[in-house]
Design a binder for this molecule. Structure first.
Ligand code: ATR
Length: 287
């Protein structure tokens, strides 16, 4: 039930139709009986500034920002949290009563919460991490791991210059390893994260030989379509704990929902099934 007093939030993207967020937030609104709505807002790149400036005037509680606006939205913020600053991209905007826009980035939070939920007692301090990929998602993952106290990150990317740029931006404890050295970089690692698009439906699998990886190391793929990527299948087959990418998508949505609608929502098995069914109807993606 949406009354005339409903709080309204949404997702700004171009297109907005690919986003799983309306499905997810409206599920929570219904679960908790909250008088609110979450709507897709299709905004073309040339209209982004006007759209962001209009949000406060319309009385919205806030919005998520998705492809291709995450970087360009930064400039229109009145305040930016430290995660968004380090990642150089905004995915959540909260609008204050006075109309000020605060931009944050919750991708790293979603990544860490997903690992915590997937592996009891997971702790970044346990050993070095290997991160495959150096795009925007890798940046969020590396920044979050550093905040969690990871002792070292070995980063491998097909285009080495992007990994070098990421290491320069985030500093210690990032070490760039060559793309052809990615297999041997797994030696002694406590965590491996695939942040590339490899393994996604329609893309080739990530070619990574796990032989050097300790049996206790956690393997995480931020791809969530399919849920069980070839990488996760190979990890499970040799007994490594494996965590899929769907939880990152679900957990990154929590801080926005809490700020807009006043309730920290729960990520449950029922929610996972519900979102999976929706993703299967449309072809999903990655965190
Ligand atoms: P996002 O910002 O969502 O992370 P992105 O910036 O497009 O997306 O990054 C995609 C990542 O997948 C990059 O690390 C990319 O490697 P390059 O920097 O070399 O492009 C990686 N990637 C995509 N296709 C790949 C492929 N066929 N082989 C290896 N890496 C690939």
């Amino acid at each position: 039930m949406i009354s005339g007093k409903a709080r309204v939030a949404g997702v700004i993207g171009w297109p907005a139709s690919h986003s799983a967020s309306p499905f997810l937030h409206n599920y929570w609104l219904e679960q908790y009986g909250i008088d609110g709505a979450y709507v897709p807002l299709a905004v073309a790149p040339e209209n982004l500034d006007a759209a962001l400036r209009g949000l406060a005037g319309l009385g919205l509680a806030g919005v998520n920002v998705t492809v291709p606006h995450k970087e360009s939205a930064l400039a229109a913020m009145d305040q930016i949290d430290s995660a968004a600053q380090r990642i150089g991209a905004v995915n959540t905007i909260v609008i204050s009563e006075t109309g000020a826009l605060t931009g944050s980035n919750t991708d790293g939070f979603g990544f860490v919460e997903n690992l915590r939920a997937g592996v009891t007692g997971w702790n970044a301090g346990e050993g070095p991490a290997v991160v495959i990929g150096a795009g925007g998602a890798a940046r969020a993952v590396c920044a979050a791991l550093i905040d969690e106290g990871v002792p070292g990150i070995r980063i491998a990317n097909r285009t080495r210059a992007r990994a070098d740029a990421l290491a320069d931006a985030l500093g210690n404890p990032l070490n760039v390893v060559g793309w052809d050295e990615r297999d041997s970089a797994l030696d002694g690692a406590a965590l491996v994260v695939n942040t590339t698009t490899l393994g996604m439906t329609g893309a080739p699998p990530l070619d990574l030989a796990l032989d050097a990886l300790p049996a206790t190391a956690v393997v995480n793929d931020i791809v969530y379509a399919p849920l069980e990527t070839p990488l996760l299948g190979a990890a499970r087959a040799r007994g490594n704990p494996a965590v899929d990418g769907l939880g990152m998508l679900l957990h990154q949505a929590r801080p926005g929902f809490k700020a807009w609608f006043g309730h920290d929502p729960e990520v449950t098995g029922a929610l996972r099934d519900h979102v999976l069914a929706d993703l299967e109807r449309r072809a999903g993606g990655r965190g």
